[in-house]
Design a protein around this ligand. Structure first.
Ligand SMILES: *Cc1c(COP(=O)(O)O)cnc(C)c1O
Length: 393
């Protein structure tokens, strides 16, 4: 079996070899395996230094102070800690939360849980490209609004959001602003200070780091109080107890440093790939590009191939790894809620595929992928009498 071409970088990324190498230094008896909280000996102190250094590298990527970084198990936990933590901490000020209907499940399900606990949530409705405007946010703000949660980049569409404008609104009204930036860090400009972001979730495995580690940025000035999800030894300023996973944290730090160093080259690379891909597909009729090309992270493109069953197309595209939406949804027969939320019919949502490119994707792979897609869509449409009927009219 030949290896498939990996075009599912929005789902996860391979760990950069330099990152993996660095992580290995913090595991075995020959390496630095100490507990960073053990400050009575060298083993612990050396591990703590490595954690401190990683904290600096994470902070650097989002223009934060290293004291504002809380390590978690990933963006799902960070989203939970930010949203539940803030909701339970500030509920005496109000019980209203604003988010959108195209957020990641880690945000939407958390908000739905809070609704069951007596909170009131407004889910702003995204437009046909998955966009949310600052005006929509402004109109939804109430006296009792305590939190606004809007993502940096949409995981299914690539749509990038107006964080600075929303942050300014939130700050003006003294409402906390949380950003799920799992798909955004290193890919779009993020400056927590300039954008008035109070809480920001990120994950290592979306940026060539390991799975199972992430961080939550928690603003220090003004200081934000969060009710922790995990109680225990009081690690991470009490926000998140549990022995720090040194090797994982080192991996996250290294991944952030690499994204910081390579950002310009990386973005140029994925931009060129998406252009080539779309150029190759331009002869195809009856397709809808669901990604706003002008206002998105260029490593993602979501396309509806009218009249085609997405699962049949994926079967034709067996030489490449693509998905019909987010990884968390593809096990179910229901089409992506994001695609139906932006107005696609159930049928069109079932005819949509997300292609996502990354640092190891080559031009050759993208050209091959586009040619295969072109050929497969034409073949499938040729096989479908129903399609021939509707394309005649
Ligand atoms: C991947 C992802 C998450 C979940 O991150 P994990 O680290 O896998 O828990 C949350 N939000 C968005 C936007 C994502 O893309």
């Amino acid at each position: 079996m030949t290896k498939q071409i990996y075009l599912d970088y929005a789902s996860t990324t391979p760990v950069d070899k330099a990152v993996a190498k660095e992580m290995c230094e913090y595991l075995s008896i020959d390496g630095q395996f100490g507990n960073p909280a053990s400050n009575t000996h060298d083993f612990g102190m050396i591990a703590k230094l490595a954690v401190d250094e990683a904290r600096e590298k994470v902070a650097q990527l989002i223009h934060a102070d290293s004291r504002e970084i809380v390590f978690t198990s990933g963006a799902t936990e960070s989203d939970n800690l930010a949203i539940k933590g803030a909701a339970f901490s500030y509920q005496n000020k109000g019980k209203h939360i604003i988010t959108s209907n195209i957020e990641h499940k880690a945000v939407i399900d958390t908000c739905q849980y809070l609704e069951s606990q007596g909170f009131d949530v407004t889910y702003l409705e995204a437009d046909d490209k998955g966009q949310i405007t600052p005006e929509q946010v402004r109109k939804a703000i109430r006296q009792d609004t305590i939190l606004i949660s809007i993502m940096a980049v949409n995981n299914e569409l690539g749509t990038a959001y107006p964080l600075a404008e929303i942050g300014a609104l939130a700050r003006e009204r003294k409402i906390l602003f949380h950003v799920d930036a799992a798909q955004g860090v290193g890919k779009v400009n993020i400056d927590v200070a300039m954008m008035n972001i109070d809480l920001l979730s990120l994950s290592a495995h979306k940026i060539y780091g390991p799975k199972g580690i992430g961080a939550l940025y928690v603003r220090r000035k003004p200081k934000i109080k969060l009710v922790p999800l995990i109680h225990g030894g009081g690690h991470e300023g009490g926000y998140r107890s549990g022995t720090l996973a040194t090797h994982q944290i080192v991996g996250l730090g290294e991944a952030c440093q690499l994204m910081f160093d390579k950002q310009t080259i990386f973005l140029k690379h994925v931009t060129a790939l998406r252009e080539i891909f779309l150029e190759k597909l331009s002869s195809l009729s009856h397709i809808i590009i669901n990604t706003p090309l002008e206002n998105s992270y260029p490593g993602i493109v979501n396309i509806t191939f009218k009249g085609i069953d997405g699962e049949a197309l994926i079967a034709f595209l067996h030489k490449m790894a693509v998905s019909m939406g987010s990884a968390c949804n593809s096990a179910s027969v229901e089409p992506s809620f994001v695609l139906t939320a932006i107005g696609l019919s159930q049928e069109d949502a079932h005819s949509s595929i997300r292609f996502s490119f990354g640092q190891y994707t080559t031009k050759k792979e993208v050209i091959f992928a586009a040619e295969t897609v072109l050929e497969s869509v034409n073949k499938l449409r040729g096989l479908s009498p129903r399609w021939q009927e509707c394309s005649d009219v």
